[in-house]
Ligand binder design. Structure first.
Ligand code: F6R
Length: 606
């Protein structure tokens, strides 16, 4: 959840470039940051706790000398945010500096061993064992490369690391196991970073490292080896198809708002997803005797909505499962006849990767929907569909959710065709509807901004908000609730409305906001009953429903009128006012929606 960045140039001053790279990686962690450079055979380090801008203001990160350096933005796992726990960490003599993303599981044991050898530790981090281990092996071998190999072989757990040392003057050493790391290959320079966004302004040519790889980078060359036996390996070079403009705020106050507002555009891109891959996924799912949909967080909510879609359009049963529960819940029930569709925006979420690895070992067919080509997930699966949402910087997923829903919809249509479950006239209706998605999204976003700002005032000071729905919009309730609680810090509950009588109704009292997602479909009638129950307990009723629905309007304290649309696309469009609601509630409360406390964009640790 931390992010790392490293660069080696022929002559340029590297610190401002690393600083710029770190700023773009800040979404991955922001409780402390630091940079180390090497110049004239000496290491220079600046680091502290706080956001990068605060640290830069106090320390001026840009005036570190030298053309080679490593950098880190931290999200604490071991040891509280503090200057001493901030990366880079060094060995006893301050001659080896290391930045690290991941968790070293055997660090206590290694620390004890190194302390017995008189190494002195100053931080409470697991990372600090790495420079000391390298120092120890350097003492024994007098060969820096060999020392790196031997030290890395001792590490258990996950890591993406970059190492800088005066023992290797023109070289950076990087390595990965279980945490993302890509090389950025340039003319006269080389980069390595957790995310290509760090070096996109310099190069779009990238090499994603594989688990267990170590690479030695100079300004003019790179070499990749396996950590375990030092065999040289070649890795595929890819071209990144994003540019920095796509990853900038473009005049919006926050990335989250920019990303919400660009959904009509990203929807168009996702609708153009390559049909042959959609059909290929459908082919595997259709042949399989058991189908699971596995993901975390928002991506899991897309799977919840999708399970209704696959059933409704293609009569296919799929089981949505939270990635961190998958092995315990279904580990013994999967086999060669099982297909698992893993959905992950980043393609790096630890629990997703772990479950995919497990499923591969069980000979299941492992498929993916992912936003990052070259990510770990895309390299593990049999086939995947690229959701094409472009880079998402706001920590809260927005446009990537609606893109995932679109890919699921395309997949369910492909499945329905293969299984002969859909008539020509239904197909024509659906096609027409799908093509209308971007323009409907545009209409909703433009008309709802101000309204949701007003609705946010109704809920911003409440202690609890409820989201209730039935059918596939149960996923919309889950996702609306997640957005609100993660960025506006309002405790919220989402339930299938039919289940609300079985417990949650006990929390309803006068003025508690209950948000109903009630489109004009077969759930509407039953939802009216649920609204009456909540009304009888004096809840404040906020309803999203079809324009002109006077019955629902009368029952509601606030009615959010949505355009008419075919029920199967309601999860894609009804979530958008709720994204705006969460955004404005956070902003009204003076919170930064792009950087919610304790959260990182992708959770790459256990
Ligand atoms: C919530 C959010 C997270 C992610 C989750 C999975 O707004 O962004 O819940 O959805 O961490 O991430 P990916 O999709 O990258 O696997």
């Amino acid at each position: 959840m931390c992010r790392i960045c490293a660069a080696v140039f022929q002559a340029d001053n590297v610190a401002p470039l690393l600083h710029a790279g770190l700023k773009r990686l800040e979404y991955g962690g922001y409780d402390s940051a630091g940079i180390a450079t090497l110049h004239g055979g000496k290491l220079y380090i600046k680091k502290d706790k706080g956001k990068i801008d605060e640290i830069h203001q106090a320390l001026n990160l840009d005036d570190l000398p030298g053309s080679i350096g490593i950098a880190h933005t931290r999200w604490a796992t071991h040891g509280a945010p503090s200057k001493v726990n901030a990366h880079p960490h060094t060995d006893c003599k301050g001659e080896i500096a290391v930045v690290h993303n991941g968790i070293i599981e055997n660090f206590l044991e290694l620390k004890q061993e190194l302390e017995n050898l008189r190494h002195v530790f100053i931080s409470r981090t697991d990372t600090e064992v790495i420079p000391h281990l390298i120092e120890e092996y350097y003492k024994r071998t007098n060969n820096f490369r060999e020392a790196c190999f031997q030290a890395l072989r001792r590490l258990q757990g996950t890591f993406a690391i970059a190492i800088l040392s005066r023992y290797a003057k023109d070289m950076i050493v990087v390595a990965r196991k279980g945490s993302p790391l890509l090389l950025g290959i340039g003319n006269g320079f080389n980069f390595a970073a957790s995310d290509a966004i760090a070096f996109l302004d310099k190069t779009k040519t990238s090499i994603p490292l594989e688990d267990g790889d170590i690479a030695f980078l100079s300004s003019s060359s790179y070499e990749i080896y396996r950590i375990e036996d030092a065999t040289p390996v070649k890795r595929k070079t890819i071209t990144i198809d994003w540019d920095l403009q796509q990853a900038s705020k473009e005049g919006y106050e926050h990335f989250m708002l920019k990303e919400i507002m660009e959904q009509p555009y990203t929807m168009r891109l996702s609708l153009g997803a390559q049909k042959q891959y959609v059909d290929l996924l459908a082919e595997f799912m259709e042949k399989s005797s058991k189908n699971f949909l596995v993901a975390a967080g928002t991506s899991y909510h897309s799977c919840v909505a999708a399970s209704y879609l696959y059933s409704r359009l293609a009569n296919l049963a799929t089981i949505p499962v939270i990635a961190s529960e998958f092995i315990e819940q279904y580990g013994n029930a999967i086999d060669v006849n099982t297909t698992i569709l893993f959905v992950s925006q980043s393609g790096e979420t630890y629990d997703v990767i772990n479950a995919a690895d497990f499923a591969r070992k069980k000979a299941c067919t492992v498929l993916g929907i992912c936003n990052v080509i070259g990510s770990t997930l895309t390299r593990m699966v049999r086939a995947y569909v690229h959701q094409q949402s472009g880079p998402e910087i706001g920590v809260a997923a927005t446009k990537t959710y609606t893109s995932q829903l679109i890919i699921h919809l395309l997949l369910s249509i492909s499945l329905a065709k293969k299984r002969g479950k859909i008539s020509q006239s239904e197909m024509d209706d659906i096609k027409e509807t799908i093509n209308e998605l971007p323009s409907l999204a545009e209409q909703i976003l433009i008309s709802k901004q101000k309204e949701m700002l007003e609705v946010s005032k109704l809920i911003m000071n409440k202690n609890h908000v409820f989201f209730l729905a039935r059918g596939m919009n149960y996923a919309t309730a889950l996702e609306g609730r997640l957005k609100l609680l993660e960025i506006a810090y309002i405790p919220s509950t989402a339930y299938p409305a039919g289940e609300s009588k079985h417990g949650p109704i006990s929390l309803i009292e006068e003025g508690v906001p209950v948000i109903f997602i009630a489109p004009n479909d077969e759930t509407r009638k039953l939802l009216i009953g649920n609204i009456m129950e909540m009304k009888a307990r004096k809840a404040t009723i906020i309803t999203l429903g079809e324009e002109g629905d006077s019955e629902l309007m009368q029952l509601s304290d606030h009615y959010i009128a949505m355009p008419r649309m075919l029920p199967i696309i309601t999860p894609i469009l009804y979530i958008m006012p709720l994204q705006l609601l969460a955004y404005y509630t956070a902003v009204n409360k003076g919170l930064d929606p792009d950087k919610p406390r304790n959260l990182a964009k992708s959770v790459t640790v256990l």
